[in-house]
Structure formats: C-alpha cells, structure tokens
Ligand binder design. Structure first.
Ligand SMILES: Nc1ncnc2c1ncn2[C@@H]1O[C@H](COP(=O)(O)OP(=O)(O)OP(=O)(O)O)[C@@H](O)[C@H]1O
Ligand SMILES: O[C@H]1[C@H](O)[C@@H](O)[C@H](O)[C@@H](O)[C@H]1O
Length: 360
C-alpha cells in the first residue's frame, strides 16, 4: 500500500473545519442579458455540501451592507463596504488567461480577510477558498499555523483583476506571493485551466495536488504517484461552483474518515450534482441520506485515516473502490419528489429562462 506522511489532525475523533473565503453575489449573463442572480463564493458552495453531509464547520467570510441572501452561517458584515460581485459572461469566447467556460469579472470587492478575523482556536482542517483576492499571504500563514491540515483552492491564490473592468486573470503560482507557504499546505486543488499556471511536478513534492477535469472527473498527484478518479454523469446547465462543491465533497469525505481516492469520488459526485442546477444546488433529501449511508458503510470497510492511528493516509485505491463508486452512482437514481428537497442556503433568482445550455 502506498502511503505518505500526512499527519491526521491531532487524533481527535470529531473533526472541525474552518472555511475561509468571502460570500459573493453572482450575476450570470448571456446574450447581453442577465439570466440568473445567485449567492456565490466558494464558501457558500462548500457550506452547502458540508450541511448536506452533516459536517460541522466554522466559517470566516466578509460581506458588505448590501448582502442579500439568507445564510445559515452568518458572515462578518462590513458596513462601509459592498459585497463582492462577479459577473459571469457565458458567451464572450475564450481568453488565453481566463477561465475557459466563462469570462468572469469582479465588479465589486469586499474587504480582505485578515489574520485577526480568524478565530483564535485550533482546527483539524482549514480551507482557504477565496474568490476575489480576499485571502492574504499572512492569512494563509495563520491558517497553516492553526489548522492541522490546510486545503487550498488555487483560485484563492492566483487571481488578478483587470484595473478597468475587473476581468479575472490568472498569474503564475510562483509569482503569487503564496509560493513559500506551499510546503505547509496539505492539498492544493486546481481546475485543469488553473493547473497550467503551476508546475505540478514541483508542487506535488510538497503537497498533494488535485486537478479537476470537468466532466472527466479528477486526478490526484502526490509525491510518489498519481491516480485518476472516475466522474459521474450529469446534464450540465451551469458549471458555476462545480470545483467548490467538488472540494466540499472531497473534504467532507475525508472528515467522515474516507481515504483520499474514495473521498475524491464523493467530490466528483457533488461536482456532478452542482452542474445540473443553476447557482447553488439544492439536494434531494433521500439522495443525501443514500450518500451518507454509503459513506458510513464505506468507512467501515476501509482503513480510516483518523482511526487507524498510524498517522498515514493511503493514496492507493482500496479494495471495493469501484463498488463504492457504483453505489454512489446508483444513489443518484433516487427520484425527486416535492417536499424532499433540502434548501440549505440562499436561493438563486432566475430572471430569464430556467435552463441554460453550456456554450461550446
Ligand atoms: N459536466 C460534468 N459532468 C459530470 N461531472 C462534472 C461536470 N463538470 C464538473 N463535474 C465535476 O465537478 C468537478 C469540478 O469541475 P471543474 O473541473 O469544471 O471545476 P472548476 O472549473 O473549478 O469549476 P468552477 O470554476 O465552475 O467552480 C469535476 O472534477 C467533476 O467531478
Ligand atoms: O460563485 C462563484 C464560484 O465560487 C466560483 O468557483 C468562482 O470561480 C466565482 O468567482 C464565484 O463567483
């Protein structure tokens, strides 16, 4: 069995998670018109998945006086600031230095999250999941000091914003101001477009790199090996938040005691559930129960990270991995009925139409 020396958080049976990143308002546009407005930000998609998986967490997030969505975990409200706003244009074509399936513009920006905004306590897991440049190097530094295992979405580190219109551009990870902290980070998640801005071969020597590939699932790279994790099928109507929900499912799986390959399957599952809906997804309650049952069953049959007591995480696909995938896939087949949908955070506002066809 291939293992690596990632310590499990402090031998505590119940893992607490710190999520750091601002909520935002997302405005989705196509053909010059707004077709949806939703609650956004990686923090909102991840909390949505954690709530679905019954993972408890603390959230540090900032919004402005104009924040307009009801949420279960209250953000810090900055009276002198507006909430960060992103406009996502789905028909402006591809640019070389931007997200491929949409052009994103940050049109309002809330305050950054400072180290002093973080709670003064230790956490098993920390997640640095900024969207608008709100995570500062010193904030990530405090997270690696106070959390046993830190997970970073690369979008929190490498985004730059055009001075005139806020268009999101990416800078190389090496020039981001965060590079020196990578040896203290446990997992770095990047989409395939973002991965072009880093040297995966170099970074995997320090931390585990997870690259997501949209409908093709994801790949996990660590010092001594790599593996591909199979996707789940989906009818994509809006790709927004797929990567965030993936990360929520992945970390949620680890918190529940799954090994990395099995947790990555849970990540792929939540990514696939997210692209099937506009904005923040709502999950069918029976589907969630099936997923949680499968995760509990799986945990009983695999070497659990937290309970093994040997301070090692296995990166090898354990026996039964394919069966676990099949059982998760079959849980997607449970039908939706009125009243079985759990609404965990802000509702999207559909302005034009109800189904969006992904542009080529
Ligand atoms: N069309 C799809 N069908 C099935 N699964 C998908 C699809 N798109 C995304 N996923 C799942 O979601 C995960 C994350 O998707 P993706 O690689 O597009 O992330 P991303 O580009 O960071 O997303 P975003 O920036 O829109 O949040 C994938 O690894 C996959 O598991
Ligand atoms: O709500 C979305 C989502 O969090 C995406 O992952 C991020 O890329 C966008 O900037 C944000 O507006």
């Amino acid at each position: 069995m291939v293992t690596t020396t990632i310590p499990h958080p402090q031998n505590t049976p119940i893992q607490s998670v710190l999520i750091v990143g601002n909520y935002c308002h997302d405005v989705l546009l196509q053909g010059g018109a707004v077709f949806a407005e939703t609650l956004g930000g990686a923090a909102s998609f991840i909390s949505n998945v954690f709530t679905a998986l019954s993972v408890s967490f603390h959230l540090t997030s900032k919004v402005g006086f104009d924040f307009k969505y009801p949420v279960n975990h209250e953000p810090i409200v900055i009276p002198s600031s507006k909430t960060s706003v992103f406009h996502a244009y789905f028909d402006q074509g591809h640019t070389e230095n931007a997200h491929q399936d949409r052009v994103l513009k940050r049109v309002e920006v809330c305050d950054p999250i400072n180290p002093s905004d973080l709670p003064d306590k230790r956490f098993g897991f920390g997640m640095a999941v900024g969207v608008g440049g709100e995570i500062l190097p010193e904030t990530l530094e405090k997270m690696v000091e106070t959390c046993d295992a830190v997970f970073v979405d690369i979008q929190a580190l490498i985004r730059a914003f055009d001075k005139n219109d806020g268009t999101v551009k990416l800078v190389r990870l090496k020039e981001s101001g965060f590079y020196h902290l990578l040896p203290r980070v446990k997992f770095l998640k990047a989409s395939s477009e973002e991965a072009l801005f880093m040297d995966v071969e170099e970074v995997r020597q320090w931390c585990c790199v997870v690259v997501t590939h949209g409908k093709d699932g994801c790949e996990v790279y660590w010092k001594d090996g790599e593996m591909k994790i199979e996707p789940f099928g989906a009818n994509q109507v809006d790709p927004t938040g797929a990567g965030d929900s993936f990360l929520g499912g992945f970390v949620g799986g680890l918190v529940h005691g799954l090994v990395v390959p099995d947790a990555a399957l849970v990540g792929n599952l939540f990514g696939s559930l997210t692209v099937g809906q506009i904005g923040l997804p709502k999950f069918d309650l029976r589907l969630l129960q099936r997923i949680k049952d499968e995760v509990q069953r799986r945990k009983l049959h695999s070497t659990c990270w937290f309970e093994s007591g040997d301070d090692l995480i296995s990166f090898t696909k354990p026996a039964g991995h394919d069966e676990f995938r099949a059982s998760l896939a079959s849980s997607k087949l449970v039908s939706r009925s009125p009243g079985s949908v759990e609404q965990v955070t802000g509702q999207p506002k559909l302005l034009v139409g109800s189904v969006y066809d992904k542009p080529n």
